[in-house]
Design a protein. Structure first.
Length: 255
């Protein structure tokens, strides 16, 4: 008798599941063309503000049937626990519980407002050491992020007492540089559009500081990628690669 009850319960569960599937299918038909697939994306605040938002706008214009939702957080657990479909993260890539796909490498660049730096001083170590040096105190564990001492040595700046400003927020460091408060060391991806638009200038462009951090697309480890998520994933990969080729033509070769 117990086996009969289990069998009946399984039959009932199949009927209920089929009924729910039919209900969902019916609702989607009622929505018709207005039905939109949703993709939840997560990234840090500074990456959203300075790198991702313009891309999301371009994607939405090209794919009106896919709705993008942002979950802005510094934590990776949103992806690992399935609270987001896809994340963009910068780091060493050693995150548990997620699948990761390399997106692009990163480097540190030296920037300031064009109002601060005369053109003839852009590669001048003597001028650099007279400016206020903005420190990003945000942790960059394992990134090989250059210190100001590293930068001053690489730019052959004379040994002297510098004026320094410490800030524990990358977004605020960028804002301080934009407002002419001093010179900052930042990740290129976060200021590339500002450099392209002329709102910031890159100092000592022939000196390079490659990081051991890279950008990755991360997705839940134990969930298949839905078609709309794959569409966004593939679009983002192609968009970034196109920009990398454009930027590489603009960056001076290594000395």
């Amino acid at each position: 008798e117990r086996l009969t009850l289990v069998s009946e319960a399984q039959d009932a569960l199949r009927d209920i599941t089929q009924g729910l599937d039919n209900l969902e299918s019916g609702l989607n038909k009622l929505r018709g063309r207005r039905a939109r697939s949703v993709v939840i994306i997560t990234a840090s605040q500074v990456l959203v503000m300075n790198w991702l938002m313009s891309r999301l706008n371009r994607f939405s214009q090209a794919h009106e049937n896919i709705e993008l939702r942002l979950n802005v957080t510094e934590k990776l657990m949103d992806v690992a626990h399935g609270e987001a479909d896809l994340g963009v993260r910068c780091g060493k890539g050693d995150w548990p519980g997620v699948n990761k796909t390399w997106l692009m490498d990163e480097e540190a660049v030296l920037v300031c407002s064009p109002r601060l730096a005369p053109i003839e001083k852009i590669s001048c170590g003597e001028w650099l050491v007279t400016q206020k040096l903005i420190h990003d105190d945000t942790p960059h564990h394992g990134a090989n992020f250059p210190s100001w001492d590293d930068v001053l040595n690489a730019t052959h700046a004379p040994a002297t007492r510098e004026s320094r400003l410490h800030i524990n927020s990358t977004a605020t460091v960028i804002l301080a540089a934009l407002s002419g408060q001093g010179v900052a060391i930042v990740r290129r991806a976060l200021v590339q559009q500002l450099l392209t638009d002329g709102q910031l200038v890159q100092l000592h462009p022939n000196v390079r500081w490659p990081l051991t951090w890279s950008y990755y697309i991360v997705t839940p480890q134990h969930a298949a990628m839905r078609p709309e998520v794959k569409i966004f994933n593939d679009w983002l990969m192609a968009d970034v690669q196109a920009e990398i080729h454009t930027i590489s033509d603009m960056i001076p070769a290594h000395k």
